[in-house]
Ligand binder design. Structure first.
Ligand SMILES: *Cc1c(COP(=O)(O)O)cnc(C)c1O
Length: 223
């Protein structure tokens, strides 16, 4: 495995132009993020609000911080001043809280709805029907300080490529059906966040526009 800079360059070179790379830096020390930053990277993903906030405080302010993990409603306020995209939105309750905290900060916070595609109960998310229902509710339409720009999904942790592909196709189909809906003030679907170190190539073949890659850039994590 190369250096962080080498890994980043190699991965970036392999990505189609329309695919955004989120460098997942969770558990990694600030020096690692600085190396990625110095090589030109600006989009980082974290899965814990507190860790992300601490890193945001210490690092240059032109970094875009993506929250990719499961979010508890009582933690939203800490990241509302700076978070650039929240990937893991899996309830209307959470969306309402993000809206409230975004309003307090005079911001519009971009969100992705997390879709449950894996055949594992440990992963969170809406099913396809719920999403279609929720975005039609008056409650959703009244949320002025959020903008839902797409979907996020995590495939089952498996070596079975066919299964991963099937799950990605499932979310891609939902993405396509939402993308053709008329744009509103808080809904404009253009981002499909699928693909991690082990499966981002499969995800790209299946329509990913945003990949979240951690260990292939920063090395394995020790929890
Ligand atoms: C940790 C994490 C990633 C990155 O995982 P790698 O396998 O290290 O690339 C991507 N997405 C989510 C939601 C994660 O929690």
């Amino acid at each position: 495995m190369g250096s962080i800079t080498e890994n980043l360059q190699k991965i970036k070179k392999s990505l189609p132009e329309n695919v955004t790379l989120v460098a997942v830096s969770k558990t990694k020390p600030i020096v690692d993020l600085i190396e990625a930053y110095n090589s030109g990277h600006r989009i980082f993903g974290e899965n814990k609000v507190q860790e992300m906030t601490e890193k945001w405080e210490q690092l240059p302010k032109d970094i875009q911080w993506h929250m990719i993990g499961h979010v508890q409603t009582n933690k939203v306020k800490y990241m509302a001043p700076f978070v650039s995209l929240i990937h893991g939105v899996e309830s209307l309750k959470l969306l309402k809280e993000i809206n409230k905290q975004a309003a307090k900060n005079d911001r519009i916070i971009h969100c992705l709805l997390q879709i449950h595609i894996a055949k594992e109960d440990t992963k969170f998310g809406f099913d396809a029907k719920e999403v279609t229902t929720i975005i039609e509710t008056e409650t959703f339409k009244s949320l002025q300080n959020i903008k839902v720009i797409g979907l996020m999904g995590m495939a089952t942790f498996t070596k079975n490529k066919n299964q991963i592909e099937k799950e990605f196709q499932e979310i891609k189909n939902l993405f396509d059906s939402l993308k053709i809906k008329p744009e509103t003030n808080n809904l404009k679907i253009n981002t499909l966040s699928i693909g991690m170190s082990g499966d981002y190539r499969i995800a790209i073949k299946n329509g990913s526009t945003m990949v979240r890659v951690g260990s292939a850039i920063f090395g394995e994590r020790n929890y």
